[in-house]
Design a protein around this ligand. Structure first.
Ligand SMILES: Cc1cc2nc3c(=O)[nH]c(=O)nc-3n(C[C@H](O)[C@H](O)[C@H](O)COP(=O)(O)OP(=O)(O)OC[C@H]3O[C@@H](n4cnc5c(N)ncnc54)[C@H](O)[C@@H]3O)c2cc1C
Length: 249
């Protein structure tokens, strides 16, 4: 299978339970994650009465404007990313602060039927696609042959699971950067903002930029107050990018 778009699935979102002894005078529409962040912010000044009569979304807009983004760290979102390449995840996992990752293992998982991600610049050009396919399919065939040969070579290793791991970890060396992978990414809203600012920007590599724009849309639907200052636009290279309103809150 050849992916031309990432698949983003929400696995988990915040669940907020208001303590009955510290009720907040909530105003306006909001989601649990947004209320959690507002509650945390208001606790600092014990302003649960909401003297300025701010809606949750106005309150959080002000938090971003003032750069008090630490309250956004209470709200975590877990996403499953599929249809992304190993080269994308190699870049993604550089984002450390506030993120957790769990990724498909090429040592434990049989990659003989691996899928691949078509690099965005190749999508739509039949000649380029054919040249690229020839290479990735050849690499996959070699990978399968190497696993078989290595299983024979290390036949003296009694533990079959260990032997297979030895074979796969060596054979995967020929799999290309375009090999599809799956990764669970958990991040707090502040961390997601920083990553999206860097990776949805025009300077980012095309595939991770496409993923960042897709993730941004998902998170904007989950919690508009955290992500509404991002603007998606058509860049000069005729691809989507996003710019942020408040840099590094
Ligand atoms: C367009 C683009 C091109 C890139 N090209 C390359 C490249 O050629 N080679 C390469 O190696 N990488 C490259 N990178 C990756 C880049 O160098 C960062 O590793 C990546 O963007 C993660 O950024 P970060 O460290 O700010 O993120 P995070 O690790 O999520 O950190 C977020 C913020 O927390 C703070 N922080 C985190 N850890 C520390 C710490 N240990 N000490 C102090 N403060 C900390 C910093 O303020 C940091 O900005 C590129 C990134 C982009 C967006």
């Amino acid at each position: 299978m050849f992916y031309t778009e990432p698949v983003v699935t929400v696995l988990s979102r915040p669940s907020f339970t208001e303590p009955s002894h510290l009720p907040v005078n909530w105003l306006g529409e909001s989601t649990d994650g947004e209320r959690l962040a507002e509650f945390a912010g208001r606790l600092c000044y014990m302003s649960q009465r909401n003297p300025a009569n701010r809606s949750t979304r106005d309150y959080l807009e002000n938090i971003k404007r003032q750069g008090h983004g630490s309250v956004l760290e209470h709200a975590n979102y877990s996403l499953l990313l599929e249809g992304v390449s190993r080269s994308l995840t190699h870049e993604l996992v550089r984002h450390r602060a506030g993120f957790a990752y769990s990724q498909l293992s090429q040592r434990y998982v049989d990659e003989s039927e691996a899928n691949f991600v078509v690099p965005p610049a190749i999508v739509g050009d039949e000649a380029l696609l054919a040249a690229w396919r020839e290479q990735v399919e050849g690499a996959q065939r070699t990978n399968v042959q190497l696993v078989d040969q290595l299983m024979t070579r290390y036949g003296w290793v009694a533990d079959r699971v260990h032997r297979r791991k030895m074979a796969r970890e060596a054979a995967r060396g020929v799999l290309p950067n375009s090999t599809e992978t799956k990764i669970v990414v958990t991040g707090n809203a502040r961390a997601w903002r920083t990553m999206l600012e860097l990776r949805a920007g025009e300077g980012a590599e095309q595939e991770i930029r496409r993923m960042a724009v897709a993730v941004l849309r998902v998170l904007q639907a989950e919690a508009p107050a955290f992500f509404c200052d991002f603007e998606v636009y058509q860049a000069e290279d005729r691809r989507e990018a996003a710019r942020i309103g408040y840099h590094k809150v």
